[in-house]
Design a protein around this ligand. Structure first.
Ligand code: PLP
Length: 221
C-alpha cells in the first residue's frame, strides 16, 4: 500500500482549519491508489497528462473532481473538456480560445486558472504581468470560460527565501487581477506542493497540489 493514510488525514485537517482546498496529485499512480483516498471521502484529484486523465476518468467514479494541472496543448482540450472540473494551467490566449470553443460546443462553462511564471527556471510555463493584463482585457470574448484565479509553481530550490518571494509575487498578481476583474468568483490561488505547501499557505494560497507526500515518490519510465 503506497497511500499514506495518516499523512492524508492530518494534512486534510491542517488544510480545512485554514480553509485551503487539498488536491491530491495522482499522476503516474494507479486507480487503486485514487480509490483508497476516494473511500475516505476525497474527491479532488490532480492529473498532468491528458491520456492518463481520460483513462482514469473513464474507470473511476463520476463524482471525482478532476483538476488538470499539467501543460495543456490546444489540440488536446477536446478530450478533457466534457468532464474536467478545472484547468489550472492556462498560459496563452490561444489555449483559452480553444477551451472556450470546446466548452461552447458542449454547452458548459469551464472553470480555469491562469498560470503565472514566477520561478527563476526558464523551463516553467506561465504568463508574465503584461500577458496577464492582456488576457484579462479579453475575457469578455470567452463567455464559456470562467476564470477562478491564478496558479504558479515556485523554483525547485532549497532556498526558502527565494520560494517565499516567488509566492509573495504570485499573491500580488492575484490581488491585482482580482481588483481588475472585480469578481467574487475570482477566489482561487493555486500554489504549493509537497515540499513548499506550508510556505505557500502562509503567503495566501487557497489550494495546494500535493502528490508525493500522499502517494509516495513517483517513478517515471
Ligand atoms: C506533480 C505536480 C504536483 C505535485 O508535486 P509533489 O511534489 O509530488 O507534491 C503539483 N503541481 C504540479 C503542477 C505538478 O506537476
Amino acid at each position: 500500500m503506497s497511500v499514506q493514510v495518516s499523512v492524508y488525514q492530518s494534512l486534510l485537517e491542517w488544510c480545512s482549519q485554514r480553509k485551503v482546498t487539498l488536491v491530491a496529485v495522482s499522476k503516474t499512480k494507479p486507480a487503486s491508489d485514487i480509490m483508497e483516498l476516494y473511500e475516505l471521502g476525497h474527491r479532488d484529484f490532480g492529473e498532468n497528462y491528458v491520456q492518463e486523465l481520460v483513462q482514469k476518468q473513464d474507470e473511476l467514479p463520476k463524482d471525482i473532481r478532476w483538476h488538470f494541472i499539467g501543460h495543456l496543448q490546444s489540440n488536446k482540450v477536446k478530450y478533457i473538456a466534457p468532464f474536467v472540473h478545472i484547468i489550472h494551467g492556462i498560459d496563452s490566449v490561444k489555449l483559452l480560445q480553444e477551451v472556450n470553443k470546446q466548452a461552447t460546443k458542449l454547452g458548459r462553462v469551464i472553470d480555469c486558472l491562469l498560470q503565472m511564471h514566477i520561478a527563476q527556471e526558464e523551463t516553467k510555463y506561465g504568463l508574465d504581468i503584461d500577458e496577464l493584463n492582456n488576457l484579462l482585457d479579453q475575457l469578455h470574448t470567452f463567455p464559456s470560460v470562467r476564470i477562478r484565479g491564478l496558479m504558479g509553481m515556485a523554483s525547485f530550490t532549497e532556498n526558502q527565501d527565494q520560494v517565499k518571494q516567488e509566492f509573495t509575487q504570485l499573491k500580488k498578481y492575484f490581488d491585482h487581477a482580482k481588483a481588475k476583474l472585480a469578481s467574487t468568483e475570482f477566489d482561487t490561488l493555486s500554489m504549493g506542493m509537497s515540499g513548499d505547501y506550508s510556505l505557500a499557505v502562509e503567503q495566501g494560497s487557497t489550494l495546494v497540489r500535493i502528490g508525493s507526500l500522499l502517494f509516495g515518490a513517483r517513478q517515471y519510465q
